[in-house]
Write a protein that binds this ligand. Sequence first.
Ligand code: GLU
Length: 297
Amino acid sequence: MPYRGRFAPSPTGPLHFGSLVGALASYLDARAHRGAWLVRIEDIDGPRNVPGAAEDILAMLERFGMRADEPPIWQSTRTARYRQAFDALDRAGFVYPCGCTRKEIADSLLNAHARNTTLAYPGTCRHGLNGKPARAWRLRVPDGDAAIVTLDDRWQHAQTQNLATDVGDFVLKRADGQWAYQLAVVVDDADSGITHVVRGADLLDSTARQIYLQRCLGVATPAYLHVPVVVDEEGEKLSKQTGAAALDAGDPLPMLGIAARHLGLELGAPTRASRDAFYAQATALWAKRFVEAQETD
Ligand code: GLU
């Protein structure tokens, strides 16, 4: 199957160094595979969107020399597809309404924690709402061994998560009426024919949920590669929310060099001459480490 990769920023602020690293990794992986690279604006979380941020991110990617092979996809235009996928899951009996408030879930988790049991959603509404109004809609995860999802991540290697004990039945449609990220990302990756997902390791924990959803929907599971997240001096992940500084696009080459170094790519002097030289060398180094080495595994 021809390679299709993507970068999927949420427009909650301008591109910062952490998201530049994610963009660069996915771009280099696509180029190293001679595949297509897509950009998807993850703007379904209405309340968190910052006006103008999406346009700003797209302009920055252009400035940094990362050009998508197809026009960008906007999640806000795709809600009918999320509804279709949700309805299919519902018809197949995977979905149930949940009437728990955040506080009720937090209280029951505190109790569970005190008893040293699970921190997953305790499944309070699995067998009915007990007269409470439906707030959110959850996907029922299996019990026993069927709940164990394994992943051979191309950077982080073998990963295992038990959906029943680590996560619990998870939300597909939120109490505020928004489609959950987990559902949207799986539907979008499948509809775009994404074969390889390359993104920050902060999303590693979501991957088992996404793989399980892919199985429920009968769509293919892409290969995954999660790059180490960039942290600040306090060890916090750099993010738009924590006010990470916006990038200066006036002189992209030094920033690209630092981002490449974060990805473990040791570039030589010629890359400082031009963006084209940078991408040629960075793609070759990435190919050696993540494409050729993995093909001979
Ligand atoms: N929109 C997500 C973020 O900006 C990334 C989603 C993904 O790559 O799957 O954190």
